[in-house]
Design a protein around this ligand. Sequence first.
Ligand SMILES: Cc1cc2nc3c(=O)[nH]c(=O)nc-3n(C[C@H](O)[C@H](O)[C@H](O)COP(=O)(O)O)c2cc1C
Length: 355
Amino acid sequence: MVYPTLKIGKHQPRFPLIQGGMGVKISGPRRAGAVAKAGGVGTIATVGLAVDSPHYNGRNYFDANELAVKDALAEARAEAPGGILAVNAMVALTDYERHVRAACEGGTDIVISGAGLPLKLPEYTKEFPDVALVPIVSSTKAANLILRRWEKQYGRIPDGFVVETPLHAGGHLGATKLEQVTDPALSLEVVVPELAAFLRDEARLDIPIIAAGGIWDRSDMERAFSLGAKGVQMGTRFACTVEGDASERFKQAYVDAREEDVVIIKSPVGIPGRALKTPFVAKYLEGEVTSKPCIANCLSHCSYRNDRSAFCIAQALVDAYRGDYENGLFFCGDNVVKCTRIETVPEIMKELFGD
Ligand SMILES: Cc1cc2nc3c(=O)[nH]c(=O)nc-3n(C[C@H](O)[C@H](O)[C@H](O)COP(=O)(O)O)c2cc1C
């Protein structure tokens, strides 16, 4: 099979594949290390790593998270020496800057950043010029805005763009309103060629586009490459692997999921998210809002903190990671219905890229 070379700044993985960052702790050091070892880019989601860290004493969430990011990178690096590691840091977090700085100090190769526009990312990483910076966008407009701002303010251009379509992806979606989730104008088929043409013809930049959302097998991947992507980012398929940080119950929920179990909710962050209709989510969709207490004011905008119209998302995601099906928020892409067993990372890589 012929596939493109994916070069992100100074980093070139053997295969043009990024395992998407999945919080809380769905993509921790074990999963990221396994993917990096197998020749892809392994991504650690920085959100909420503190909760299971020995540094956390119940009162020092932000300090502990910073140390936990560095620990996670060290653990993944030990698993995959010479492999390529990224962190996924969400702009929507109160301590976003600290996540990014800790990741750079901890030796990440790439910072991938979405859930908001990472307009200040070059400022937070300026002492680490070898760290590649990759914003996640869902439209050419957003990519253009980031490009112009970074060039003007910091004289820096992104090292790649992840284009994630809300039509299929798991987790928080790049759409402000629920209706936009199904808008064909935000499909990979529209946005990837449009952004590729914009970068080539208008911006005159050779920056790779990485397509995300709804990619499961080789034919999905080839379709993305034919649209102009130089790589793919996959989340849902890697969330259900043996080498994982999440509980077995989390993975089993993926295996059991049927089409009618996949729903869109309004997340406390204020944007839509795709998740399994667990008993907790079913009640929330019916208007019954219950929540465990806030862990740590982790979001800049939080509709639980503001007016109690939603729930503490950190708690619900931690419950999911620990395997509490009743109370957890199990993020997933709509491809979760294709998940029929728990695979290993090398099995997936072999199926996608051959020997
Ligand atoms: C369980 C889960 C958690 C996720 N958490 C994050 C996250 O913390 N930050 C982020 O930018 N994207 C997150 N995502 C999105 C993934 O990184 C990835 O881009 C997306 O899942 C790709 O679509 P796919 O699931 O159809 O492969 C999450 C996805 C899943 C399934």
